[in-house]
Design a protein around this ligand. Sequence first.
Ligand code: SF4
Length: 388
Amino acid sequence: MSDPTGVRPWRDIERRQTRQISVGDVKVGGGAPITVQSMTNTPTTDVAGTVEQIRRLEDAGADIVRVSCPDQESSAALKDIVRQVNIPIVADIHFHYRRGIEAAQNGAACLRINPGNIGSRSRVKEVVQAAKDHGCSMRIGVNAGSLERHLLEKYGEPCPDAMVESALNQARVLEEEDFFNFKISCKASDVFMASAAYMQLAEQCDHPFHLGITEAGGQRSGTIKSAIGLGNLLWAGIGDTLRVSLSADPVEEIKVGYDILKSLGLRHRGVNVVSCPSCAREQFDVINTVKVLEERLSHITTPMTVSVIGCVVNGPGEALMTDVGFTGGGRGTHQVYVGGMPSHRLKDEDIVDHLVRQVEEKAEEIEAKRKAEAELQAQTEEAPSAAE
Ligand code: SF4
């Protein structure tokens, strides 16, 4: 439910109930927060470069990062990479079951591997055993562009039915090995196909889903396709972790992933800016103010909402629902709102500097309150055992 207070039922999203799996210490499914992932695009054998990129992704809020292991040198490099980062690493494996075993031995928290692609059942058994031995989960990654030949012959072309059949066949292989610590993705670059496949699969199993619109395109078009495809599924309660695929800096994938979740109230990280497009009524330069402000507030991780509105037409109304609000006023007298209430006027001071300070103060206040509540709850939980 995205509005836990229940006072705005039109915002409710009832999430699909799934099993819960572990990707390192990150939980996926079973009601855990929806996680955001990306994938490195450095050569995995360049350990320093890959670690540097993973850290940038971590700073941007990534919960999980995937790294390709196309050869033995890459799966060996994983050992050094995993040691130097703080988030779980998924090893991306195609075809070579030995890479999967090596990746599990070298510290991967999850293997993205399709049991249908790695050959005989004895090889599957070996990979599953390595995953079990090393506490590694798996992701079955069905992709419309690489469906099994027999399914293409049966269905004539890639389609949701073929994707679902592929996913269920591969899930069965793992289940028969008594392995349930896995999630499934059903990606396609076509928004309709991916959505339909995930929706159909959701009816037929309770495994958690990794969502993605694959090869979505460049930053702008890929963002839009992902927002439509993933947004549609998330709104229907489907999806436990996601990756936005962009032909862009992977850090952008994390930002877009969070923005999609923020738009649906499913997860918040950092500042959600509400701003108007501006028009002849604006009382300050809205567009440039928002541009600089978003940059200057990117270090804030506390979930909060800030409105920046050009004039009184919509400013006071929007400010009611924000942590910090700003409305352009006549003759350079702007109104600042804090906690949804009018707080003070601003005349000569720099707008961005002032708002950054207000937001930082409010973020500190929210964090202090959250800490106090957590301490109180911990004390309450300890109390009965102390009395025993
Ligand atoms: S809030 Fe005011 S300045 Fe902004 S678009 Fe609307 S009328 Fe124009």
